[in-house]
Write a protein that binds this ligand. Structure first.
Ligand SMILES: *[C@@H]1O[C@H](CO)[C@@H](O)[C@H](O)[C@H]1NC(C)=O
Ligand SMILES: *[C@@H]1O[C@H](CO)[C@@H](O)[C@H](O)[C@H]1NC(C)=O
Ligand SMILES: *[C@@H]1O[C@H](CO)[C@@H](O)[C@H](O)[C@H]1NC(C)=O
Length: 375
């Protein structure tokens, strides 16, 4: 999802550096045909997205939210593993990497990657599996654009193809992976949030995905790797999302040897596509068919509508369409996005119109009922 930038001000907790437990290899999540195997169990899985959880500054707040996911029966949580800035914020604000002149500096301090450590530690405690994403296509929390002047490019097409940008990006990937290389809380490493290369030959993104997934595999032989894209570029109808204008060729990229599973998103409103239930049902089926053919799992990784009255009826129809294909390519789904109350401040987390708050009637519909239907 592309978000408006959110100014957040939290006090930094003076916490000890969390230690990550070394997991036995058998407890590392993996693909099993077109399904996921988590902690030894192969079945369809549900979960959600929280871009903001690594930017909270209280360990207890993170822990409480992870506990809510666990008791609700959620298993997979997708988070932003990046937070790139061009101007260093005050010490109370979290950021992970800064750019100045022609250099990138990774922030491993208390308002840096130690906040990601706290998320991984809480996920380990509650048995939640994390998809950790390395960079944004969009400018929220910096994104590729934060690198531009430091590595000498002016757009994301240049970013994918520049050796200097890719060297910086890979150094960041290495810094994150080295912290959690042996953790069972890592579900998958994710190349980017919604990588696009508008108007580019599809070979640009295919080459970048191949190169990056091979690089990640050279650092970590165990955890799964995925692209984090929206699912564009595949056979279907003539509407915008099925087209190749954003430079994505979905089946070709999923077939790359070090890509473990496919991702796709669904935003009928911003994509300007028709009827909100039926477009989604065929969108899910079109991706599932490719996953089945390639024997790799399909993750319906983000979906949402902004009209609150449609959250339950429309999104539950999409969940049902996905679950119905659990033996035909679909491995799981994660709605966009998680909402909860931050214990230390009493404030609700960001509501972008898509947010489903813990304990709400939408939560009963899209989490409690869905988890029950999955069984
Ligand atoms: C993200 O992708 C779209 C499509 O290529 C592009 O318009 C946009 O500028 C990208 N973001 C950045 C920061 O380049
Ligand atoms: C996957 O990545 C590893 C590590 O970089 C590389 O050695 C291997 O050739 C890649 N796999 C394939 C089948 O290309
Ligand atoms: C979704 O469906 C509802 C009810 O049929 C309709 O009012 C709304 O405009 C639709 N939204 C989109 C984005 O198509």
């Amino acid at each position: 999802m592309k978000l408006a930038a959110i100014a957040s001000c939290f006090a930094v907790a003076a916490a000890a550096l969390p230690t990550v437990k070394v997991a036995p290899r058998a407890s590392i999540s993996k693909a099993d045909g077109t399904k996921f195997n988590i902690d030894g169990v192969t079945k369809y899985y549900a979960g959600t997205n929280s871009y903001w959880i690594p930017f909270l500054t209280s360990d207890n707040d993170v822990d409480v939210i992870m506990g809510h996911l666990k008791t609700s029966g959620h298993k997979i949580l997708r988070i932003w593993g990046f937070n790139d800035v061009k101007t260093i914020p005050g010490s109370g604000t979290v950021y992970f990497q800064s750019f100045s002149g022609s250099t990138a500096t990774i922030n491993t301090g208390a308002n840096g990657l130690q906040r990601l450590d706290a998320v991984v530690k809480a996920a380990e405690k509650h048995g939640i599996k994390l998809i950790i994403n390395f960079v944004n296509n969009w400018t929220d929390y910096g994104g590729m654009a934060a690198y531009f002047s430091a590595c000498g490019v002016s757009n994301n097409a240049g970013w994918y193809q520049s050796t200097k940008c890719q060297t910086m990006y890979q150094a960041y990937i290495k810094a994150v992976i080295s912290r959690y290389r042996t953790s069972a809380a890592v579900f998958a490493w994710e190349l980017a949030n919604e990588p696009r290369c508008n108007g580019c030959a599809t070979s640009v993104l295919t080459n970048w995905i191949r190169k990056t997934s091979d690089y990640i595999r050279s650092l970590d032989s165990d955890h799964m790797i995925t692209a984090g894209d929206e699912g564009f570029g595949l056979a279907g109808d003539t509407s915008y999302p099925y087209g190749y204008t954003e430079g994505f060729d979905w089946a070709t990229n999923l077939a790359l040897p070090n890509i473990s599973f496919g991702t796709f998103h669904l935003y009928v409103e911003s994509w300007g596509v028709g009827s909100n239930k039926t477009f989604g049902q065929s969108w899910v089926a079109a991706h599932a068919a490719i996953c089945k053919k390639l024997t790799k799992p399909c993750l319906f990784e983000e979906y949402g509508v902004t009209n609150a009255a449609e959250h339950c009826p429309v999104e539950s129809a999409w969940q049902s369409a996905s679950l119905a294909l659990k033996d035909s390519g679909m491995a799981g789904d994660l709605f966009w996005q998680l909402g909860d109350t931050i214990q230390s401040t009493g404030q609700l987390t960001h509501n972008d119109g898509h947010t489903i708050y813990y304990g709400s009637s939408d939560w009963k519909c899209l989490v409690d009922q869905h988890v029950k239907n999955i069984g």
